[in-house]
Design a protein around this ligand. Sequence first.
Ligand code: KG4
Ligand code: ZN
Length: 357
Amino acid sequence: MIILGIETSCDETAAAVLQKEGDRIQILSNIVSSSLELHAKYGGIIPEQAAREQIKAIIPVITEALEVAKVRDEDLDAIAVTYGPGLIGSLLVGVETAKTLSRIWQKPLIPINHLIGHFYANWIADSPKFPCIGLLVSGGHTDLVLFSDHNTYQYLGGTRDDSAGECFDKCARMLGYAYPGGPKISKLAALGNPKAFTLPQPMSHSKDLDFSFSGLKTAFAKLLEVNFIVKKGGFNKTTSSWEQTPLIENLEEKDKQKIYDLCASLEETIVMTLLNKTVTAVQSNRIEHLIVAGGVAANQKLSTTLKLKCKQLGVKLHIPPPSLCTDNGAMIASSAFFAKEISNPLDLQADPNLSLS
Ligand code: KG4
Ligand code: ZN
C-alpha cells in the first residue's frame, strides 16, 4: 500500500510518500519546505504570509515527493491530509489541494488529526504495542493520553495554559531569538549548569496529570531582569523588520555563562516536569510502552532522561528520530495506514480547533 501524506498546519509545507508491506512501513520520500527564514524577519510566524508561501510551495513539494519516491499518481492507494488543528489559512492550502488531487486522481482521501499524526511517526520503522501511554509535546500542545488500540485513546491530562514548546519559544524570544526557540535554548543549555538557578516546577504536587508552563515563563523573565539589563528589541517601521540582537552577543564571558546556566536550568525544569507526570501516567495505568511525539521530543535532554527512567522502570520507550518529531508529511501518511475514516473529497473541512480532549 502506498500513501501520499500532506501536512500544512503551521509554517511548513510538507509531503511524503510511504509504503506499507506487511507490518513494515518505509519512507520513499519526505519533503519539508519551511518559510521560517522569511518569518525570522518579523520575530514570529505571520499566518497570512505563511499561507501565501504555502500556496506557492504546495505543488512543487508534492511533485518532488512523488519524483523522489519514483511513484506516479496512479501508483498511489490513498491521499492523507492534516485537517486540523493549526492555522486556518495554512490548513486550507493542504486540505483543498488534497481534495482536488483526490477528485482528479480518483483516490480515497484520508483526513488526519495533526496531533494523532505526531504519534504515528513512532510506527515508521518501529512498532509500539498497546496499551501505551502517549506524551505529545508539540509547539501548541502538551498532552498525555492512554492508547488502547489504533485511534482509540483516553485523554489523561494536558496543559492548562501554555505548552512546553511555547515556554521554550517565548523564553528564547526574551533572549532575542526567533521561532523556534527550543533548539536554541537547548544549544545554550549544553554549556550550562542545570542546578545553577532554581525555577518552579509547575503543578508538581497536583494529583492530576495536568501541566502549566506559563508561570515558568514569568519566573524565567524575572531571573533575566534581576541578572541582566534586558535590552528590548522591537519592530522597526523604517526597515519593516523585527530587530533584536541576541542578548548574549553583548555580554562579557562571565555573564554569558549565566545565560548558559539559566537555559540549562529552564531545560532541566521543563524536562523534569514532563518526566514526573509521564511516569505517574505510566505507573498508575501499569503500562509497558511509552510513545513520545511532537517537536519538543527532538530535545536531546528529554530523550536521554526518558530513556534512563524507562530503563529503570522496565518500560519500552519509543521516540522518533528528530527529523520525524517536528512537522512532516511522513507522520501523516503513517497515520493513514491505520485510519478508519475516509472522507468524501467534496465534504472535508479544515478544523483549526481540533484537539485530543
Ligand atoms: O511539532 P512541532 O514541529 O510543531 C507543532 O505542531 O507545533 O513543534 C514545534 C515545537 C516548537 O515549540 C519548538 O521550539 C520545539 O518544538 N522544538 C524543540 C526542539 N526542536 C523543536 N524544543 C526543544 N528542543 C528541541 N531540540
Ligand atoms: Zn506539529
